[in-house]
Design a binder for this molecule. Structure first.
Ligand code: BV8
Length: 239
């Protein structure tokens, strides 16, 4: 049984990371065009850098930890691969590192990662936990003032190409089980992955609310990820 998982901000909500579209969502006070587009970054790099600096600092708070849903996914993946039950790929739209910290191995962060920075000249990617500002020196050429401020968050903004689309499409066409967890099904191409699965694939949506993508699923489970995901994965483990 080949398994493909897609997660969104809802899986990290119970870990204390605000989602995008809930009342106190991340975009609160900011139109996404301002803080999550290349145009917004070109218009006001300080605002955008600070938007991500705040989220990076918050993510590094020791209070923010993987929850039972992240842990259950990592345990299911280990068991699935140890018993040679088929392929497993976890695609996340989230830019936090909670899946990786929970022990998931086959994680594809299709919208990039908050704890990485990318050089706008060379595209080189660096692990990054500090603030990014216009004065941030290039980590490999710190004395070169011409390179100061050349690093941006390694995240995919609106209008930019998400990461790993070919790999995702291949996994979707070969999936026997597709779980979408904690995503509002609004942002493409992530929301279109369910339509790339074959008619034989069992598609299940785990989410608090109905979404525009709900009708594309064979089953919808309404509830909190930290409760519903461990329950659902235990059911499949027993199969
Ligand atoms: C692209 C990184 C082209 C940065 C993000 C018109 C129609 C269709 C598409 C478009 C259009 N106009 C423009 C587009 C394309 C656009 C798009 O989809 N726009 C939308 C708004 C209409 N997409 C893009 O631009 C993408 N790129 O298309 O490129 C291209 C193609 C080829 C070559 C070159 C270019 C890029 C999109 C990526 C943008 N970057 N994030 C950052 O994070 O700051 S998107 C951002 O939204 C996050 O990544 C987030 O993951 C994503 C989606 O949000 P969700 O994860 O779903 O979170 P949300 O809050 O919305 O929902 C949470 C859900 O969880 C809710 O349903 C809630 O009920 C539930 N929940 C809450 N708590 C719990 C829970 N569930 C369970 N348990 C709980 N406890």
């Amino acid at each position: 049984m080949n398994v493909l998982i897609l997660t969104g901000a809802g899986i990290s909500a119970e870990s204390g990371i605000p989602t995008f579209r809930d009342a106190n969502g991340l975009w609160e006070g900011h139109a996404f065009e301002e803080v999550a587009t290349p145009q917004g970054f070109a218009r006001n790099p300080e605002l955008v850098q600070e938007f991500y600096n705040q989220r990076r600092r918050a993510l590094l708070n020791p209070e923010i930890r993987p929850n039972a849903a992240h842990v259950a996914l990592a345990e299911f993946e280990r068991d699935h691969l140890e018993h040679g039950r088929g392929d497993f790929l976890l695609v996340t739209q989230n830019i936090d590192n909670l899946h990786q910290r929970a022990g998931s191995q086959n994680v594809l962060a299709m919208h990039g990662q908050l704890l990485q920075a990318r050089c706008t000249y060379t595209e080189e990617v660096f692990d990054w936990t500090a603030d990014l500002t216009a004065d941030t020196p290039h980590p490999e050429d710190p004395d070169n003032d011409a390179l100061r401020g050349c690093l941006r968050p390694n995240v995919v903004w609106f209008g930019e190409m998400p990461i790993g689309l070919t790999r995702i499409e291949k996994a979707a066409t070969q999936a026997d089980l597709f779980l979408a967890i904690g995503t509002s099904g609004v942002v493409y191409p992530a929301a279109g992955i369910v339509a790339q699965t074959s008619p034989e694939c069992r598609r299940i949506e785990v989410n608090l609310d109905d979404t525009p993508a709900s009708n594309a699923f064979d089953e919808t489970i309404r509830g909190s990820a930290s409760v519903e995901v461990p329950k659902l994965l235990n059911h499949f483990k027993a199969m």
